[in-house]
Design a protein. Structure first.
Length: 254
């Protein structure tokens, strides 16, 4: 079972798409692993295999979620003027972020259990090999967790931009008071201008509240986020494939 999961890890990550114009990575050989059937049963070996399998399957599942996230970011229109479409799109991304974060943390818990076993292992070579395997797998899971964290940051910023916009009542009040629906989107009244510490007008007098008409919209920013996440895939793949190469050493004492 462990052999099957490790092999799937390398295949799954290598199959994830790269950004347009990026050369496809050269296929690397899948490490050959010892058969679990030849391993003598022991509490220590059973614990290693259980926690390793759980962490590996989690990393593989997270790779798929990241791929789905990149696709959703690239092909969801968050600015078609329909608030229902926008809310649904942001919610879908939020669900992916939550799933990825929870899964990555769960996998990291399994990695911590592997490190604990390594710390309690008497043989220094076995302890080192197991810890190296756990650290590499933990690196992949941490990179996946950072994707979830940054996706949450993107969503929080979109929430902020939405809250910073004036609703219909606010626009009517601004129209009556200032003669424009949004006094922060154009020429700002003198008594509302934003100044820096030196007393100079900055940003055309507008405070940084998401009202800049020249700022990229949510859909454009989502595509940038997708490209960023795509560029992180080789780093995750490198750690996962390196971890696959350390499995023999991790279970050598079994």
């Amino acid at each position: 079972m462990l052999q099957h999961i490790i092999a799937a890890a390398a295949i799954t990550v290598a199959a994830m798409p790269l950004p347009a114009g990026t050369p496809a990575p050269q296929a690397s050989p899948t490490p050959l692993l010892k058969s679990i059937a030849t391993v003598r049963a022991s509490a220590r070996c059973a614990a290693i295999i259980t926690h390793a399998n759980s962490a590996i399957s989690t990393a593989i599942s997270n790779d798929q979620v990241i791929g789905q996230t990149i696709t959703t970011l690239r092909f969801t229109n968050l600015d078609d003027g329909n608030p229902i479409h926008r809310n649904n799109g942001l919610k879908a991304l939020g669900d992916l972020a939550k799933k990825l974060m929870q899964s990555a943390r769960s996998g990291d818990d399994e990695v911590k259990r592997l490190r604990k076993i390594a710390a309690e292992t008497k043989d220094p070579d076995e302890a080192k090999a197991l810890k190296e395997f756990a650290d590499l797998l933990g690196g992949a899971l941490w990179s996946q967790q950072k994707v979830a964290r940054d996706l949450n940051g993107f969503l929080a910023y979109q929430d902020f931009r939405d809250m910073a916009q004036f609703d219909e009542d606010g626009q009517k009040m601004n129209q009556a008071e200032f003669g424009v629906n949004d006094p922060l989107s154009g020429e700002v009244p003198r008594d509302m201008r934003h100044y820096n510490a030196a007393g100079q007008v900055v940003n055309n007098g507008r405070p940084h509240l998401g009202h800049d008409p020249n700022e990229a919209n949510a859909t454009q920013q989502a595509k940038w986020a997708a490209d960023d996440f795509q560029n992180r895939i080789p780093i995750i793949m490198k750690d996962e494939n390196a971890a696959a190469g350390k499995v023999d050493g991790a279970i050598q004492g079994c």
